[in-house]
Design a protein around this ligand. Structure first.
Ligand SMILES: Nc1ncnc2c1ncn2[C@@H]1O[C@H](COP(=O)(O)OP(=O)(O)O)[C@@H](O)[C@H]1O
Ligand SMILES: [Mg+2]
Length: 310
């Protein structure tokens, strides 16, 4: 797997003006992000997410440590052309239309007039704002503003996109739209570094995640590894025969009867097929078969609580 971001011992200290003490906003962070993945960067408020992103973008300097983007040290001018940033709360002039905003940024990137219109149209299309391009931003919803922010970030056709809490403050519909857009970016081969505390959303779209707390990395890995599937719940109907239920119990299932249905908790994946075979050969109807995976939210809460207790 090709590395998109490699972080070694990245540390940032700030002076807290009230106490006069140095505070470690990011503390000896080690992390690797691979090309083409959506990487979830999680942590409660104040964990150091934005500080990390700003260091990677070369906007602020690390106190210690190193990081590379596509093999080049952070701050490298060539790298800056391959990356883009959607800040936590992007700010645009509200008297401009969506089209004008994008045209403005296209000029900043030195895109010649002959290509600009095509580029802006394509970006409006990518973020689903083709029909709203000529409305002023004053008339945009929060979700539409966020999409203009993403379109703006995509102007230089970046390989790697940093998104800092892109869906915070959005309603569910807008969140789904942004989520779909992020998935489309991945399908185009882009790498997305996504900071968020919308845990369900991260769980739905990220390949790997990490959890940061008080500047320290607590966990990082693939979702499947961090959230091992436990039991599988099988719900079936038309199985009332005691003999059949005994067979399921023999196969390791924990069976509960609930008015005409049975709910089977199967402790491992291997025996699920056996239980399904038993139910089907007894002419039962399978209603659902759901892995009882731990949620990312449970993992997040227990991980943070564990260190906070110490
Ligand atoms: N410019 C700054 N000066 C002093 N302290 C800062 C500055 N920026 C951030 N911090 C502190 O660093 C810590 C991490 O902040 P931040 O990176 O914004 O966290 P997050 O994005 O995860 O909410 C917080 O304790 C915050 O108060
Ligand atoms: Mg932040």
């Amino acid at each position: 797997m090709e590395s998109a971001i490699k972080i070694e011992g990245l540390t940032k200290e700030y002076l807290n003006r009230t106490t006069g003490k140095m505070v470690r906003a990011v503390d000896d962070l080690h992390l690797e992000v691979y090309r083409g993945e959506i990487f979830g960067f999680l942590g409660p408020n104040g964990a150091g997410k934005t500080t990390t992103i700003k260091m990677l973008l070369g906007l602020i300097f690390p106190t210690k440590g190193d990081a590379w983007i596509f093999g080049k040290p952070i701050g490298d001018v060539g790298v800056k052309r391959q990356i883009a940033y959607l800040p936590e709360s992007p700010y645009f002039y509200e008297y401009l239309t969506g089209r004008q905003v994008l045209d403005f940024y296209a000029r900043l990137f030195g895109i010649p007039a002959s290509e600009r219109k095509k580029k802006v149209d394509a970006l409006l299309d990518t973020v689903g704002l083709s029909r709203d391009g000529d409305k002023t931003l004053r008339n945009y919803s929060k979700g539409m503003l966020q999409r203009i922010g993403i379109a703006q970030a995509l102007i230089n056709d970046p390989e790697l996109l940093f998104m800092d809490e892109p869906t915070s403050g959005l309603d569910p519909m807008a969140r789904i739209e942004i989520r779909d857009l992020i998935i489309r970016l991945k399908q185009q081969g882009k790498t997305v570094f996504l900071s968020s505390h919308q845990l369900l959303e991260v769980e739905l779209i990220c390949d790997r995640v990490s959890i940061l707390n008080r500047g320290k990395l607590l966990k990082a890995g693939k979702l499947d590894e961090l959230l091992p599937s436990g039991r599988v719940e099988i719900v079936a109907e038309n199985v009332s025969d005691d003999g059949v239920i005994a067979k399921i119990r023999d196969a390791g299932g924990i069976v509960q009867r609930q008015d005409g249905r049975i709910v089977v908790q199967q402790p491992d994946d291997a025996s699920v097929n056996r239980v399904v075979d038993i139910i089907r050969s007894a002419n039962g109807t399978i209603r659902s078969l759901i892995p009882q995976r731990r949620t990312l939210e449970e993992l997040f809460v227990s991980t943070i609580e564990e260190v906070e207790k110490k």
